[in-house]
Every structure is written in structure tokens, then in C-alpha cells.
Design a protein around this ligand. Structure first.
Ligand code: GDP
Length: 197
């Protein structure tokens, strides 16, 4: 798929403030610093689209970007950031879970994982919760350029295999690097395939 146009639409504090049209939405989520903004910008070929974690405030909201006037990328707040107070964390958790469980336009959640890291409890719990809630999701491994291609593939496979203790069928996964623009076509073709169905 070619991305001809990508534009910021709204930063919403609540699901009820999200856009009211019924275009399909693809949400991106992961731990803070996983490379979510960089991935969104890389997918859209637009370095300034998603704000990086260092931009105060933006990362606590549900951010909608309209792509080719047809579908949305939804940038959800990063989870598991120790910096936030307990009350902010609780508010974020509630906002994220109500978006994921209630938003009818949501088609797929992309869960971002830094390919260098061992499986973390917080990622595992989030993924188990998505599975239990029957939410379609895909794993996107990030920052693969920080490892060699063979090592990145191996880490990703090991990481996926660790899900097998509870889940019989595993979700699809992609290995990406925003730095090298790797995995871009694969992720966009995946979205295109769903949109065309
Ligand atoms: P976010 O908090 O998940 O939105 O993460 P950012 O996109 O702001 O990225 C966090 C840090 O990781 C920044 O310093 C990025 O430059 C770096 N980063 C993100 N993606 C990549 C990547 O694919 N390769 C490398 N080498 N660094 C990356």
C-alpha cells in the first residue's frame, strides 16, 4: 500500500471524544520508549507526524491520524512508565482498556516489543488480556537494526515461542527497524489486506 497522505486529527482524553466516523482503526501500543512514534512516522514517511515520548502531554492521550482519507492509525499511550503517578497510571489503564474493548471501529492492535529484550511481565500480561478479550492483535518487534538480522529473527522467534504455554495459536508478527525502514511494506500490506476484506 502506498501512503499518499497522513494527517493528525485529534488527541482525545476519552473514547467518547474520538472521531465519530466509522473508518477502520489500527491501534499501536507498547511500553514507553519502545519506538512507537518512530514506527508510526516511518510507516507514514512523515518524520513529524507522531510526537516522540519527550513531548509532554501528547503521550497521555488517544491520538488519531487519518491515512489516505480512508483509515486511522491510533497512537495509544505507552504503558508501564514508572515515571507516572499511580493516579495517572490508573487513568491511562482505564482509557486504554475502554478504547480497546469499546471502540467498534478498532480492527487490530499492533503490540510493539523491543526485539532486544526478554519477555517482560507487563507485555505478557497485556497480550494475555488481549487474547482473553478476543481482540485481534499482531506483534511488531522494533529496533531490529540494533541487532544483526539473524539475531533479531532468533530473538523474535524465541519471544513468540514463550507465548505457547498458554496460547495454542500465535498471532502474526513482524520484525521492523524505523531507522532502516525495515518491515514497512510488510506491516502496510497486512493492513491493506484487512482493509480490502
Ligand atoms: P516511543 O516512546 O515508543 O514513542 O518511542 P520513540 O519512537 O520516541 O523512540 C524511543 C527511542 O528509540 C528514540 O531515541 C528513538 O530514536 C529510538 N528508536 C526508535 N526506533 C528505533 C529503531 O528502529 N532503531 C534505532 N536504532 N533506534 C530507534
Amino acid at each position: 500500500m502506498e501512503i499518499k497522505k497522513s494527517e493528525f486529527v485529534i488527541s482525545a482524553p476519552l473514547v467518547s471524544k474520538c472521531p465519530t466516523d466509522d473508518k477502520p482503526e489500527y491501534a499501536f501500543i507498547g511500553r514507553s520508549n519502545v519506538g512507537k512514534s518512530s514506527l508510526i512516522n516511518m510507516l507514514c514517511n512523515n518524520k513529524k507526524l507522531a510526537k516522540t515520548s519527550s513531548t509532554p502531554g501528547k503521550t497521555l492521550l488517544i491520538n488519531h491520524f487519518i491515512i489516505n482519507n480512508e483509515w486511522y492509525i491510533v497512537d495509544l499511550p505507552g504503558y508501564g512508565f514508572a515515571k507516572h503517578s499511580k493516579s495517572i497510571k490508573q487513568r491511562l489503564e482505564k482509557m486504554i482498556s475502554s478504547y480497546i474493548l469499546q471502540r467498534e471501529q478498532l480492527v487490530n492492535v499492533f503490540v510493539l516489543i523491543d526485539v532486544r529484550h526478554e519477555q517482560q511481565k507487563i507485555d505478557r500480561e497485556f497480550i494475555d488480556w488481549l487474547g482473553e478479550s478476543n481482540v485481534p492483535f499482531t506483534i511488531v518487534f522494533t529496533k531490529s537494526d540494533k541487532l544483526g538480522p539473524g539475531k533479531a529473527r532468533q530473538n523474535a522467534q524465541d519471544w513468540m515461542n514463550k507465548l505457547k504455554d498458554r496460547w495454542e495459536s500465535l498471532p502474526p508478527y513482524f520484525i521492523t527497524s524505523s531507522e532502516k525502514k525495515n518491515g514497512r511494506d510488510e506491516v502496510l500490506d497486512y493492513i491493506d489486506g484487512i482493509n480490502k476484506n
